[in-house]
Design a protein around this ligand. Structure first.
Ligand SMILES: [Zn+2]
Length: 455
């Protein structure tokens, strides 16, 4: 009898804990952007069990015993995705001071700082990021892989990350980590272990090395860039044969390829080689954009990056100011052309060029250049999920998807800056934020619920 009652007690305990784990959480709000429809759904209800959405729609009945979180006059949305971040880095302050820090701080300290970037990003509503490059001059550490794994294991709080490890590029190109420093300062010329590769065979070796060390996606620089000292912003930096090797080797290993590219010629060659997305694309002409449309290549415009640099020009050396000005002058027309031609546009910001956590400011820049608010929201949800190859799991609010759900006040289709005031974040069915953010002083921001800027 005694034994039986003990067993009963044990079963009861199991029963109770199973019930708690299976308890539904119901999110209610005045409206919802579901990632699929062109119009917002009114009287929105999203039902979550464990890490999944079990139903989403208008006026759905509340399951018995469910915990209800009523967010009131707000809009639910799939968690935002930023397809272009650098969570392990921060280029947002004075350029030369940053270069000093790069050689001054040890990589462990930079990794600890990155944990705050990760938290600021997810608390801003970005539950997934494609993190496109993480390198530390003179170091072989893979901080982005460590960050991704620690988030996945629940050691730290941050967005789901797809990481690129070191960007691949040519000697002296945009990704050469020793460019601008005295020759031999770091004791050797960088090689494929730093992402620096010349010739198709070395490019293949770099791709294999990165996948071996945990890359989910391959990033390469095919043209010059703004924040690099030894190149012109729009010159091609990989040959067509090198680009073909890059794409072939990456796709063979089932990894997508994102390429940093401002110049038109380099973009043309990269699209022809079959890359999955062009990052920035500032100088792309109509013929190149037409080719993107035909091949289904995504454009990730990163409007925030140029916007930030142009607003803080005094932080950069004169040579970089000139490059930033020419890229900024070209990119608005390029973006309008891309919209007109129906190029697939993904949402990506280049966070690190500006302080982490301000990613949502990209929405207003897109809308100001003619994108509809719903299309802008779709770019950061369903479209980015497609580009990242994770559309089966995230990007829309519907049955079977992972429960990445955020809420913003009011109606983002009448005021897109509502995206900058996210007030609720759930990732994988766990509430990460409800109310004020926990990270203070990481980001300068105009939003009233974030602390005053520190630096
Ligand atoms: Zn970038």
């Amino acid at each position: 009898m005694k034994i039986t009652s003990r067993i009963c007690l044990i079963l009861l305990c199991f029963g109770v804990s199973a019930l708690a784990a299976d308890q539904s959480v119901v999110l209610k709000a005045a409206r919802m952007f579901d990632g699929k429809s062109n119009a917002l759904v009114q009287n929105a209800v999203v039902i979550v069990q464990r890490d999944k959405i079990i139903d989403a729609g208008s006026n759905l009945p509340i399951p018995n015993g469910a915990q209800v979180i009523d967010l009131g006059d707000a809009t639910l949305s799939p968690g935002f995705i930023d397809a272009h971040t650098h969570l392990t880095l921060d280029f947002s302050g004075d350029y030369n001071l940053r270069r000093l820090k790069e050689v001054d701080l040890n990589v462990s300290e930079q990794a600890i700082i990155a944990t705050a970037h990760a938290r600021a990003t997810v608390e801003a509503g970005f539950t997934t990021v494609r993190d496109l490059g993480s390198h530390f001059v003179g170091s072989r550490e893979f901080v982005d892989v460590a960050l991704r794994n620690s988030i996945n294991k629940g050691v730290i709080v941050g967005p789901r990350m797809l990481v690129a490890t070191k960007g691949i590029g040519a000697t002296g190109g945009h990704f050469d980590p020793t460019s601008g420093f005295r020759d031999f300062l770091f004791g050797r010329e960088p090689d494929y272990t730093d992402g620096i590769a010349d010739g198709p065979d070395e490019i293949r070796k770099a791709v294999r090395f990165e996948v071996k060390n945990g890359a989910d996606v391959i990033k390469a620089a095919v043209s010059g860039g703004v924040l690099s000292l030894a190149d012109e912003v729009d010159t091609p930096q990989l040959t067509p044969a090198e680009m073909a090797a890059l794409v072939d080797e990456s796709h063979r290993l089932r990894k997508k390829v994102a390429v940093h590219c401002h110049g038109d010629q380099a973009a043309h060659d990269a699209i022809e080689a079959g890359v999955d997305s062009i990052e920035h694309g500032s100088f792309m002409k109509s013929e190149t954009l037409t080719m993107m449309k035909r091949k289904g290549t995504f454009l990730t415009p990163t409007l925030m990056a140029t916007e930030w640099i142009m607003s803080k020009l005094e932080n950069y050396p004169p040579a970089l100011q000139a490059k930033a000005k020419s890229a900024a002058a070209a990119r608005s027309e390029m973006f309008r052309n891309a919209l007109k031609l129906g190029v697939k546009i993904s949402f990506g910001t280049d966070a690190a060029v500006f302080p982490h956590g301000q990613n949502a400011k990209e929405f207003k820049l897109m809308v100001d250049l003619g994108m509809t608010p719903v299309d802008a929201l779709r770019s950061a949800t369903a479209s980015d999920a497609e580009l990242l190859g994770i559309g089966q799991k995230v990007g829309t609010l519907e049955k079977g998807k992972l429960a990445d759900v955020i809420a913003m006040p009011g109606d983002p289709t009448s005021d897109i800056t509502a995206t900058e005031r996210v007030l609720f974040v759930m990732k994988d069915g766990k509430v990460i934020r409800r109310g004020a953010p926990t990270v203070q002083g990481i980001s300068e921001s105009t939003t009233p619920d974030i602390a005053a800027p520190v630096d």
